[in-house]
Design a binder for this molecule. Structure first.
Ligand code: ADP
Length: 415
């Protein structure tokens, strides 16, 4: 089954076409056929499209909205420029899987999209005003271009965390706000945490029911997740993705009084403070240079830049804080799993995070940590340590494609 996986942002569209079915899932034999990224939708868009294993095609074109962007992609997909065996016309796309950011409390699992589901995703716009409208645009565009008969499936960033107990998800504010507005912690990156936890258990032949994992997704956005007996028990992002770890441009945790302080000292409005905390803080805010970890590490080592150093130190310290918290909350863990652009690629950041955690049975093997190739999965801790440390590249698109197949075929979700 060829599944088109779509991830629509406010001005972007990312896609993959993945050939998968229940048998391929069983044997990890899913195949990526094509990929694409379109940015700056709404003006002169930047387009990168490629058949797996071939060189990317780079272009610009005026694409006024998500429908125009998807139309562009689909024309390319069935053109001679993209020679993909088994994909000659749009009827060779058998289903669409959408990444949906916020499913509120309604969606505990991925679902086949119908009118009611669309309405409920719309109801969650209050909770994710930037993300859910863009996700919906992707659903509408796909329906227009493929027709209503093609099954579409919604896979939510929040669903995996629906197993969190109330002691993890409640804020200590008057309970009436939770009752009236569902004001609570939801968590995000669920598809990524779920995927790496599954991979870890598969690689080590552990059963979900007996395994506790701390998963660290460190990319531009960063979150930690305590996965207890196969289920999300706690996670660092909250009502929105702003809470928790230090990220590329997001502050993560802070004293809520900071808002009032900034308002009075700087005369900033709530909207301005929201932008400041989401877009101008985190690694970028502390360093004053960049949100890009690779560049910060370079500035630190080549120019001994003090603020680049500070940004990295605060980033790593916050992660340590959460590791300690989750070890306490789960009464220990079998493994610590690194994923995301930073987690997968930076041996140096992994080294700093895991330094002086031997009290907890966490000890890296320097040769394994330094020697792990980019994109590879493997254990980087010393033999015999109480907590294994692993690097497992995330693959949210694959999980979306697999959930799409399972939803359509009504097959059980085993992880
Ligand atoms: P997104 O969250 O947007 O998907 P990624 O998961 O691709 O982002 O992560 C992007 C981050 O990963 C950037 O901060 C980038 O600098 C960092 N990164 C990628 N490769 C390396 C590397 N080799 N060393 C350090 N950081 C890296």
């Amino acid at each position: 089954m060829n599944v088109l996986v779509l991830n629509c942002g406010s001005s972007s569209l990312k896609l993959q076409v993945i050939d998968t079915d229940l048998e391929r899932i069983e044997f990890d034999a899913d195949r990526v056929l094509a990929r694409g990224v379109i940015e700056r939708i709404g003006s002169e868009a930047l387009i990168r499209l490629w058949v797996e294993g071939k060189r990317p095609l780079r272009r610009t074109a005026a694409l006024r909205d998500h429908r125009a962007a998807l139309d562009y992609v689909l024309r390319w997909l069935v053109s001679k420029e993209a020679p993909i065996p088994g994909l000659d016309s749009l009827s060779d796309v058998h289903a669409i899987g959408h990444r949906i950011v916020h499913g509120g409390e309604r969606f505990l699992h991925s679902v086949v999209i119908d009118e009611q589901v669309e309405d409920q995703i719309e109801d969650c716009i209050d909770l994710a005003p930037l993300h859910n409208p863009a996700n919906l645009k992707g659903i509408y565009a796909a329906r227009e271009l493929f027709g209503p008969a093609l099954p579409q499936v919604a896979v939510f960033d929040t669903s995996f965390h629906s197993t969190m107990p109330d002691s993890s998800y409640l804020y200590a504010v008057p309970y009436s706000f939770y009752v009236r507005h569902r004001l609570r912690r939801y968590g995000f990156h669920g598809t990524s945490h779920r995927y790496v936890a599954h991979r870890y258990r598969k690689l080590t032949e552990h059963a979900p029911e007996t395994t506790n994992i701390i998963s660290l997704h460190l990319g531009n956005g960063c979150s930690a997740c305590a996965i207890r007996r196969g289920e999300s028990f706690d996670t660092s992002m909250g009502l929105t993705p702003l809470e928790g770890l230090v990220m590329g441009t997001r502050s993560g945790d802070l004293d809520p009084s900071v808002l009032d302080f900034l308002h009075h000292k700087e005369g900033l409005s709530l909207d301005e403070i929201d932008t400041l905390l989401n877009k101008q803080s985190g690694l970028l805010g502390i360093s004053g240079l960049t949100s890009d970890m690779r560049e910060l590490l370079r500035e630190e080592s080549e120019h001994q830049d003090r603020r680049a150093h500070l940004a990295i130190e605060v980033f790593c310290a916050r992660i340590k804080h959460y590791i300690g918290a989750y070890l306490a909350k789960m009464n220990g863990a079998d493994a610590l799993v690194f994923t995301g652009g930073i987690g997968e690629n930076s041996a140096e950041i992994r080294r700093r995070i895991c330094a002086e955690l031997d009290f907890f049975g966490i000890a890296l093997d320097p040769a394994r940590n330094d020697g792990l190739a980019s994109g590879a999965e493997g254990r980087i801790s010393q033999d015999g340590g109480r907590v294994g440390v692993w690097v497992i590249p995330t693959n949210e698109e694959l999980l979306i494609a697999r959930d799409t197949v399972r939803c359509i075929l009504n097959a059980p979700r085993r992880w």
